[in-house]
Ligand binder design. Structure first.
Ligand SMILES: Cc1cc2nc3c(=O)[nH]c(=O)nc-3n(C[C@H](O)[C@H](O)[C@H](O)COP(=O)(O)OP(=O)(O)OC[C@H]3O[C@@H](n4cnc5c(N)ncnc54)[C@H](O)[C@@H]3O)c2cc1C
Length: 466
């Protein structure tokens, strides 16, 4: 069997993995990066490149109260240093900009960020193997001692003093999505790189790692439904982010969520994943379509892009006419019209909270012709549940860790959070930072990747002394 040795093996050459790898080299470790795909960059390369998070920790706590507060605060506290580090590496960052009303960040060109991180890895003496997927952890006396990977030539054993899992979550695995998120996994759009299929999560939990809560949560956005055709480079353009301003119906003609829940469209998109065919219909009037939507551009632009890509879009001058046309999509017109009328009546009377599901924010009736219906599908970008880790990104051992369920009462000596030796996780392989709400994927990967890299290098040095 082929064998390689290194201080630190990093699994995944996306945002978290490359940040971990470069940091570990800077801290003196010999580093080998394994990348399953035929290219580096993971979902980072497909992203907008805005490395943002919440401006204010209290606001973050308010909007996402069920996340791991300590890890969330770490992301907020360490982001400015992360930006500065990227600039020191030679990555051009735009000046600080606000993100919606609650966040701030700095944007990088995803291509040059990926190539500069790769160049740094190379110049600093790191090694990379592409088309090499980690299959399982290598255990020696039940301790992590590296990984077993596969490439075109077969198995490769990598013996390492530390291993960092940065495989980007489990959104690419239909079986894990069916198990944890929705029976409609086959209908979901994968709005990410195609390789993040839970390899880090499965390898670690098989070896005894603890998983977080929120395995049923993911971050993503709805995209124009089939027969729309688009490549992964058009994910952003075809994203229908204005859902929180629309009225969203399912294929049975009923509202299924408070469209306005959360800070963006992600909670609605998550609810849509559990609806028939993971499909919804966003209905807007001319006032909403031409108003200032998310990212300050009117929803009409996204609607036109959906139509131009071949996505199903209907228009009518009255809600009655629009509901009748919905029968072309096999949506019961009468049920749909009743849902829209009930919504309008409640909103006009200021009783959105009495609706079921309620409508707490963006409570505007559909009044202004023309009316538009856009058929959309839930898109999954990354899973929010994952491995449990401490603040050094050291993965916790399930058999020595207390339950993740809310403990009504526990004495201090009953609590236990014990790490697994030599195993670290970063980016979307970590769980509980984003939950139903979104903290910022690149910022999370940058901050946790750097910490995991530093911890892994320190651990490798410590291992040397044994
Ligand atoms: C269209 C789009 C727009 C986005 N825009 C933004 C944005 O503007 N701002 C923001 O904050 N976030 C954005 N994101 C999210 C952001 O890209 C991710 O949160 C971030 O890339 C996660 O980093 P990661 O390292 O955990 O995963 P990734 O960057 O996806 O990297 C994971 C890597 O692991 C590899 N891998 C998987 N399994 C294995 C294995 N078994 N062995 C070896 N390698 C493996 C994968 O091939 C991949 O290269 C966007 C995402 C998309 C798709």
């Amino acid at each position: 069997m082929r064998r390689e040795q290194t201080d630190v093996v990093v699994i995944g050459a996306g945002m978290a993995g490359l940040c971990a790898a470069v940091t570990a080299i800077e801290k003196g470790a010999d580093v080998l990066v394994l990348e399953k795909g035929n290219r580096v960059g993971g979902s980072m390369l497909l992203s907008h490149g805005l490395i943002w998070t919440f401006s204010d920790k209290r606001q973050l706590k308010h909007e996402i109260p069920d996340g791991n507060e300590a890890l969330q605060e770490l992301v907020v506290d360490h982001l400015p240093a992360g930006h500065a580090w990227l600039e020191e590496l030679g990555i051009a960052l735009e000046p600080e900009t606000s993100f919606e009303w609650y966040g701030q960040g700095r944007a990088a060109d995803p291509r040059s960020m990926t190539s500069t991180l790769m160049q740094q890895l190379d110049e600093k003496g790191g090694r990379l193997r592409v088309r090499t997927g980690m299959q399982r952890l290598l255990l020696c006396d039940d301790q992590v001692a590296g990984v077993v990977a596969f490439d075109d030539e077969g198995p490769l054993v990598v013996e390492a003093k530390s291993a960092v899992l940065a495989t980007g979550g489990f959104q690419g695995s239909a079986s894990l999505i069916t198990q944890y998120i929705t029976p409609h996994a086959n209908s979901l759009y994968l709005r990410s790189n195609p390789w993040s299929a839970g390899d880090g999560f499965l390898a670690a939990t098989t070896a005894g790692a603890a998983a977080t809560t929120h395995l049923n949560c993911f971050y993503g956005h709805a995209l124009a439904a089939p027969p729309a055709r688009f490549s992964h480079h058009e994910f952003s353009n075809l994203t229908q982010r204005y859902g929180q301003f629309a009225v969203a119906l399912n294929l049975e003609g009923r509202r299924f969520a408070d469209e306005s829940e959360g800070t963006g469209e992600e909670a609605l998109n998550l609810a849509m994943a559990t609806q028939p065919n993971a499909t919804g219909i966003y209905i807007v009037d001319a006032f909403i379509a031409n108003g200032a939507g998310p990212n300050a551009y009117p929803p009409q632009i996204a609607i036109d892009r959906a139509r131009n890509a071949g996505g199903p879009v209907l228009c009518a001058d009255t809600l009655e006419e629009l509901a009748a046309k919905l029968s072309d999509w096999s949506v019961p017109s009468g049920v749909a019209l009743a849902s829209l009328r009930e919504y309008n009546a409640a909103i006009r009377e200021g009783r959105g909270s009495t609706l079921f599901p309620s409508r707490q924010k963006n409570a505007v009736p559909l009044d202004t012709a023309p009316f538009t219906a856009v058929m959309v599908r839930s898109g999954i970008t990354f899973t929010c549940g994952g491995l449990q880790a401490d603040l050094d990104m050291n993965v916790l051992r399930r058999s020595l860790t207390t339950s993740t369920l809310a403990l009504t009462k526990a004495d201090m000596d009953e609590l236990s959070l014990t790490p697994m030796a030599n195993l670290y996780a970063a980016g979307c392989d970590l769980g509980g930072i984003s939950t139903r709400g979104y903290v910022g994927g690149l910022a999370t990967a940058l901050v946790t990747g750097r910490i995991a890299g530093e911890s892994a290098a320190y651990n490798a040095r410590h291992n040397d002394l044994k």
